[in-house]
Design a protein around this ligand. Structure first.
Ligand SMILES: CC(C)=CCC/C(C)=C/CC/C(C)=C/COP(=O)(O)OP(=O)(O)O
Length: 286
C-alpha cells in the first residue's frame, strides 16, 4: 500500500513539474544538462504542461493550503500521469548521480575510506565499535568526496587540456561550477560535523585539515613546484591516522604513526611512476 501511494505521489509530482521543451532548452543553455542527456527532438508533445502554473487546482494543490500539499483526489485522470516526464526525471537523476560520482573520484575516495577504516580497527584495541567504524567511514567518505570535488573545481582548465581528465564533469560541461561547489561544501561540512559529533574533535580536525591541505595547498602547488608530491603523500597518509584518532578517543601515539608512515613512503614511488607514465599528458596540462 505504501509503495502504491509512494509511486502514485511521485507520478503526481513529476506530472506537476512536467519538463517542457522550453524548460529543457533553458536547462541545456545553462550548460547544466547537455543536449546528449535530453535531446530536444525527443521531447514528445505530451511533455508540455497542459496547465498554467497560475491555476493551482490544475497543479493538484489543495485549495486554501499554502504549504504545497497536493490533493490526490484532484488528479485529473490517469491519462494525465506524465510518463515521459518521469523518464526525464530518471535521466536527470542518473545524469547528476554519474556527475557527482566522478566529481567525488568515488573509487579513490573508497580507497581512502579503506585506509581510514584500517586505522580505526588498529586503534580500537581488543574490541571494535562497529557503529563508530561506520560513522568514521561515512564521515571520511564525505570529506574525501568534498576534497576531490574542490580539486576538480580548481583544475578545470588543466583538466580540459589532458586526455586522461578532459571528460570529467566540469571540463566537459556536464555540470556547472556552482553545482560542484554547492556539492563540495555541503558534503564537506556534513562529513566534518558527522565526525565531530559521532567520533571526536581530533578526527574531525584531521579530516578538515586534510581537505585544506589537499584542495588549497597541494592542488595549486601542482602547477608551481615539484614539492607537491611530498605534500600529496601527506594527504594520502592522514586518513589512517584519522581512523586511529576516531577509535582511540583522539589519542595519537607512536603506534598510530606506523600505517601512515608506510603509506607515505609507498606513495612517493607510486606518484613518480604515475608521473612518468602520464608525462606527455601532464606536459599538455601545464
Ligand atoms: C579525509 C580526506 C580529506 C582525505 C583526502 C584524501 C585524498 C583526496 C587523497 C588523494 C591524494 C592525492 C595526492 C591524489 C592525487 O590528486 P591529483 O590532483 O594529482 O589527481 P588528478 O590529477 O587525477 O586530479
Amino acid at each position: 500500500m505504501w509503495r502504491n501511494s509512494a509511486s502514485r505521489s511521485s507520478k503526481l509530482i513529476w506530472n506537476g513539474y512536467a519538463l517542457s521543451p522550453s524548460s529543457l532548452s533553458t536547462l541545456r543553455s545553462s550548460r547544466s544538462v547537455p543536449n546528449s542527456v535530453f535531446p530536444l527532438s525527443s521531447v514528445p508533445a505530451v511533455a508540455s504542461p497542459s496547465h498554467s502554473p497560475s491555476d493551482p487546482s490544475k497543479l493538484g494543490f489543495l485549495p486554501g493550503r499554502s504549504d504545497g500539499i497536493r490533493a490526490l483526489s484532484s488528479v485529473p485522470s490517469p491519462a494525465a500521469v506524465d510518463i515521459p516526464s518521469l523518464t526525464y526525471g530518471v535521466q536527470l537523476a542518473r545524469h547528476y548521480g554519474q556527475c557527482f560520482w566522478e566529481l567525488s573520484k568515488a573509487r579513490l575516495s573508497m580507497l581512502v575510506v579503506a585506509t581510514s577504516g584500517t586505522g580505526y580497527v588498529l586503534g580500537s584495541g581488543s574490541a571494535v565499535d562497529f557503529a563508530g567504524l561506520c560513522w568514521t567511514c561515512a564521515g571520511t567518505m564525505m570529506v574525501a568526496a568534498s576534497a576531490n570535488s574542490l580539486n576538480q573545481v580548481f583544475e578545470i582548465k588543466n583538466d580540459a587540456l589532458m586526455k586522461r581528465t578532459r571528460n570529467r564533469p566540469l571540463p566537459s560541461g556536464r555540470m556547472s561550477v556552482p553545482q560542484a561547489v554547492a556539492f563540495a561544501s555541503s558534503v564537506g561540512l556534513a562529513g566534518t560535523a558527522m565526525l565531530a559529533c559521532k567520533t571526536n574533535m581530533m578526527a574531525a580536525g584531521l579530516a578538515a585539515s586534510n581537505l585544506v591541505l589537499y584542495a588549497f595547498v597541494y592542488t595549486p602547488l601542482k602547477q608551481i613546484h615539484p614539492v607537491n608530491t611530498w605534500v600529496g603523500a601527506v594527504v594520502g597518509a592522514i586518513p589512517p591516522l584519522l581512523g586511529w584518532a576516531a577509535a582511540s578517543g583522539g589519542q595519537i601515539s607512536l603506534n598510530s604513526m606506523i600505517l601512515p608512515a608506510a603509506l607515505y613512503f609507498w606513495q612517493i614511488p607510486h606518484f613518480m611512476a604515475l608521473a612518468y607514465m602520464c608525462r606527455h599528458d601532464y606536459a599538455a596540462g601545464g
